[in-house]
Design a protein around this ligand. Structure first.
Ligand SMILES: Cc1cc2nc3c(=O)[nH]c(=O)nc-3n(C[C@H](O)[C@H](O)[C@H](O)COP(=O)(O)O)c2cc1C
Length: 220
């Protein structure tokens, strides 16, 4: 499939079939993603792919942490308070999600339950955590973003859906413990992935994009 078609057809998938991806295919996909470019070719990503029993245990640990009322403590500066047009677009994407699953904006409890699905990895059979050495900061974050989008397009090429999740960097402690990550390593964000459950209402969520006229200026 062409990159354009993959981009046009992709959407953030928030419900999955339990069917896992074959290990050989997983390894082939992550090998392909290694082709992603990075600043000075430093390749800062250190990706942790978690599946099976380990993923189930981590899900339980994360949900328990959140249920206990833990405050987010991301390793990187990722607690954005969006303003103006960015805030409007943030609301737009949230509304698209809630209307797909029939949740009213004022129904705080239902919205919280929808949010918790993040740390249940939307029942995906696999989750990737994108980590890097903390000192890399914004330099590394750019590279990890490019890497993650390359990975998601390669997954899509293989018929596999995904959802990037800033939420997966919000409570790093249980993840670092489960994956035995060294102190100097930070979790920037994560991505649940697997085969989409096309019948799930949440997967009807679609978002809009700004017009080119408002996003791009051509100079000559
Ligand atoms: C870096 C990044 C972090 C994201 N974090 C989350 C998240 O934590 N939870 C979630 O449900 N979606 C998350 N998303 C998905 C966005 O909400 C989604 O990409 C956006 O609304 C556009 O919709 P689309 O991907 O369906 O086209 C994230 C996307 C990106 C690129």
């Amino acid at each position: 499939m062409s990159v354009i078609t993959l981009l046009e057809e992709r959407y953030s998938t928030r419900a999955y079939l339990s069917k896992p991806i074959r290990q050989e295919l997983l390894e082939a996909i992550f090998k392909q993603a290694q082709q992603a470019p990075s600043n000075c070719n430093v390749q800062p990503w250190q990706t942790c792919v978690v599946s099976g029993e380990k993923k189930e245990q981590l899900k339980n640990d994360l949900v328990a942490t959140i249920m206990q009322g833990a405050t987010p403590n991301p390793d990187f500066n990722w607690l954005p308070k969006y303003e103006g047009i960015h805030r409007e677009r943030q609301f737009g994407s949230a509304n698209a999600l809630y209307s797909a699953i029939g949740v009213a904006r004022e129904d705080k409890k239902a919205r919280q339950m929808a949010m918790i699905r993040n740390w249940q990895f939307f029942d995906a059979p696999h989750v990737a955590f994108f980590t890097m050495d903390k000192y890399l900061d914004i330099m590394g974050a750019v590279d990890l973003g490019i890497y993650a989008q390359s990975l998601s397009l390669i997954l899509a090429e293989h018929g596999i859906s995904s959802c990037m999740q800033g939420a997966l960097g919000q409570f790093p402690d249980p993840v670092k413990k489960a994956l035995n990550l060294p102190e100097q390593r930070g979790i920037l964000f994560g991505m649940s992935f697997g085969y989409a459950d096309e019948s799930a209402a949440v997967n009807a969520t679609r978002t809009e994009r700004e017009s080119v006229a408002n996003a791009v200026e051509f100079f000559s």
